[in-house]
Write a protein that binds this ligand. Structure first.
Ligand code: SF4
Ligand code: SF4
Length: 370
């Protein structure tokens, strides 16, 4: 917030490497610091999104919602009430090995400062010796080797995102593209790619919590898929958990916005996009792109946005899908299911009618024995 005053850690040297993944990386009573850089090429949308988290909330995280978890201090310029040198102190301390352990978070993509001409693409803070701005890339070079864990938050930081789309002038890239896909932290942890544009709020706080618990030795490392995303969050497609998937199964597709059917013919990319937002909703379980009528634009995917443009038109796989669903499986299934509903599930039992005989199947107690 510096959710507490900057530079409160008094560690003089980096903590020793743990013996194994189960060991704590955090001294008893010490906080886990989160140094959150928003100076990548981005919009600060992930920082803003995190303020809407409810499960756990940002306040839960800062107050220590989980028994045994260490205190957490987040240094983020969007939230900080410290300014100038007071805010920058933690960053210089971390670069000097005096703030430890810390999780380095990058928000926004990494520009290519090799091609910056006479200026620079992104920076924050001033170098006291030269009086020049310190580039984002310099901060990454200084801090990444000292970080216990690294989180690339948002699709820009993870894969480059919108600033890295075709014809951009900055040579922007994701953090793994910059540091190397095999790069690992002092804790031997790979960079966590938490994708989304922005990231779903609870996905941010939950992932941070898991990383903190792991560093404290009371939780496993975040398991990642081959694109570096948390498996638990990105293990299913948006389509698999969309509340319109049942309509898609029946070949029911919207031709215009607002009629509540599957949106794939309007450009929804849900069938090929890994994202848990339709399951988790957006704020406190409410909302979630296709659930509420917005097409999935594939914002969690490494190829976003170029691979999925134009957003509002179905691509080849969507056309094949809707054609197949319309002429084969979907309509046949719908016909048979509606037949069963009409003849079996949507009718009263036969004995509920006027009759001079009891037809419920009732028999007098003991009558069978007799
Ligand atoms: S709206 Fe999108 S995510 Fe939902 S069922 Fe249709 S294609 Fe799948
Ligand atoms: S459902 Fe699609 S557009 Fe919405 S957050 Fe997930 S990937 Fe992004």
């Amino acid at each position: 917030m510096a959710a507490r005053g900057a530079g409160e850690s008094s560690a003089e040297t980096l903590a020793p490497e743990p013996e194994s993944a189960g060991d704590s990386f955090v001294a008893a009573g010490s906080p886990v610091n989160v140094l959150w850089m928003t100076s990548g090429l981005g919009c600060d949308g992930d920082s803003i999104a995190m303020t809407a988290a409810t499960n756990p909330s940002l306040e839960d995280l800062l107050r220590g919602c989980f028994p045994g978890m260490p205190p957490v201090i987040i240094y983020n310029p969007v939230f900080a009430y410290e300014t100038g040198d007071e805010f920058m102190r933690a960053w210089f301390d971390a670069a000097a090995g005096k703030l430890d352990p810390f999780i380095l978070v990058l928000e926004g993509s990494v520009p290519n400062e090799e091609i910056n001409g006479d200026g620079h693409w992104a920076a924050f803070g001033i170098d006291p010796s030269s009086g020049e701005p310190i580039t984002t890339n310099t901060w990454i070079d200084r801090l990444a080797p000292k970080a216990a864990a690294v989180l690339a938050v948002g699709t820009c930081a993870a894969y480059g995102g919108i600033p890295a789309m075709r014809n951009n002038p900055t040579g922007a890239m994701g953090l793994r593209d910059y540091l190397g896909w095999d790069w690992t932290s002092r804790r031997a942890l790979p960079i966590v790619n938490l994708a989304g544009c922005p990231v779903q709020p609870d996905n941010i706080t939950e992932t941070l919590l898991c990383m903190v618990l792991h560093l404290a030795g009371i939780g496993p490392a975040v398991a990642l898929d081959e694109q570096g995303r948390p498996e638990r969050i990105f293990g299913r497609t948006a389509h698999e958990s969309c509340n319109r998937a049942g309509l898609a199964e029946h070949g029911q597709f919207s031709e215009t916005h607002g009629d509540g059917r599957c949106l794939v013919k309007l450009g929804c990319k849900g069938p090929v996009v890994k994202c848990n937002v339709p399951t988790r909703g957006w704020i406190n379980g409410v909302g979630g792109c296709p659930n509420v009528g917005g097409i999935c634009m594939a914002c969690t995917m490494p190829g976003f946005p170029d691979r999925y443009m134009p957003f509002v038109e179905p691509d080849l796989s969507a056309r094949l899908y809707t054609t197949a669903a319309r002429f084969s499986y979907g309509p046949v299934l719908r016909y048979l299911r509606e037949l069963r509903i009409r003849t079996t599930y949507d009718v009263e039992p036969a004995w509920r009618r006027r009759s001079d005989r009891l037809e419920t199947g009732y028999s007098e107690p003991g009558s069978r024995a007799a």
